[in-house]
Structures are given as C-alpha cells and as structure tokens.
Design a protein around this ligand. Structure first.
Ligand SMILES: CC(C)(COP(=O)(O)OP(=O)(O)OC[C@H]1O[C@@H](n2cnc3c(N)ncnc32)[C@H](O)[C@@H]1OP(=O)(O)O)[C@@H](O)C(=O)NCCC(=O)NCCS
Length: 180
C-alpha cells in the first residue's frame, strides 16, 4: 500500500492483504514480494529450518488480514522482513483485534533494521483496527526477547511443546494502544 523512503539508502515497502488475497493496486507489490527470491534466501540464512514452519507463498492466500514490511537497500537487496496477521476471523471481533507475528528477520543484526520494521508494522496494524500484537520465540533467543521488550512487549508465559522438538515458546504481548 505505501512505498516510503525512510533514512538514507533504506527503502520500506508495506504490503496489506485481506481475505481473498492481495488486491488491485497492491497486487504488483504483492507479487514482487511473493516472487522475491532474495527475501526467501535472506530468511533461509536467518532460519535454516524455515521450510518446516513457514510457507512464503501462503502470505497471499490466508483468509485473515495481513501486513508485511520489507526493507531494502538501494540495490533492492533485502535488509529485513516482517509479516503479521490477524489471529483468526473465526474468533469474531476479538480474532480481528489480536494479531500475531508470522516471521521477523534482519539480514544483519544490531543495525536498527528490526526496530524500524516492528515500529512500522505496529502503526500499520493499528490503522487496520488491531489492538494487541503477540510474538512467540524460542526461550534460547534471549537477544530477541530483549529486542521485543524494548519495543513494548511484555512476557506472558512459556508454552511447552509449542515448536517441533518439542521446544517451548515464550509468548509476549504488546498493547498497541499504549505502545505505538
Ligand atoms: C530479532 C531481530 C529481528 C532484531 O532485529 P535487529 O535489526 O537486530 O534489531 P535492532 O538493531 O533494531 O535492535 C537490536 C538491539 O540490540 C542491539 N545490538 C547490538 N549488537 C547486536 C547484535 N549483535 N545482535 C542483536 N542486537 C544487537 C542494538 O543496538 C539494538 O539495541 P538499541 O535499540 O538499544 O540500540 C534480529 O536480530 C534477527 O533477525 N534475529 C534472528 C531471528 C529472530 O530471532 N527473529 C525473531 C523471532 S522468531
């Protein structure tokens, strides 16, 4: 939906999708993102086991509203990517107000990319009526947990057997009304 140039040499692309996929004027950008092999390569470098828990092509197919934010450099190399979606329309109004991260990754850690992606994502979700954003991660990712807490998330608890393995997941919650 929005194409914005932010800081020097950084470009942000924000994509919204709803229900029956990505629409009209956003279609081209959606296709660009879904067909973008460099993003997929970058995500695979960050998460070598990506194929077991993430389906890139599903971004354009899910029935919930979704938001993706991509950051690229001047040469269109992906620097970071985030996607989040509504919890589930089957849960009625609550399912539309609660959002979940699908994936978040920065090509190079600690350069501020993740922070820009998450803050952009939060604003976009609020503009679509989202009130709460949940993040989940492996408890061993202590840098990631600290990162989320810096961006307004609180730890809600640990859910056992959540990931394959079975590895537990730390669930974190952000009240978007107070943290955007
Ligand atoms: C979590 C992640 C997306 C955060 O993105 P990022 O671009 O590293 O985050 P930022 O640079 O905005 O912020 C990281 C903070 O840690 C600091 N930092 C310094 N060195 C760092 C390093 N080597 N690694 C991570 N953070 C570092 C940064 O200075 C910053 O702190 P500040 O905001 O107080 O300055 C990224 O680290 C990542 O891709 N991690 C692996 C995958 C992952 O855990 N994904 C998320 C959940 S499954």
């Amino acid at each position: 939906m929005v194409l914005a140039s932010s800081e020097a040499n950084l470009h942000l692309k924000v994509l919204n999708s709803e229900g029956d996929g990505v629409k009209n004027s956003e279609g081209l950008l959606a296709l660009q993102i879904l067909m973008n092999r460099p993003i997929q390569k970058m995500l695979l470098e960050v998460f070598p086991d990506l194929g077991s828990w993430f389906d890139f092509a599903a971004i354009g197919k899910i029935s919930e509203r979704g938001v993706a934010v991509l950051m690229e450099d001047d040469q269109a190399h992906p620097l970071g990517f985030v996607h989040a979606r509504q919890e589930g329309i089957i849960n009625g109004p609550e399912g539309k107000e609660k959002w979940l991260f699908s994936i978040l990754a920065a090509a190079e850690k600690g350069k501020g990319v993740g922070g820009i992606l998450v803050e952009t994502l939060k604003k976009e979700i609020v503009s679509h009526g989202g009130k709460f954003l949940f993040a989940r991660t492996d408890p061993s990712r202590t840098d990631t947990i600290a990162f989320y807490m810096k961006h307004g998330f609180e730890i809600d608890g640990v859910v056992g057997h959540y990931y394959y393995g079975p590895t537990p997941a730390v669930w974190m919650w952000c009240d978007l009304e107070k943290n955007v």
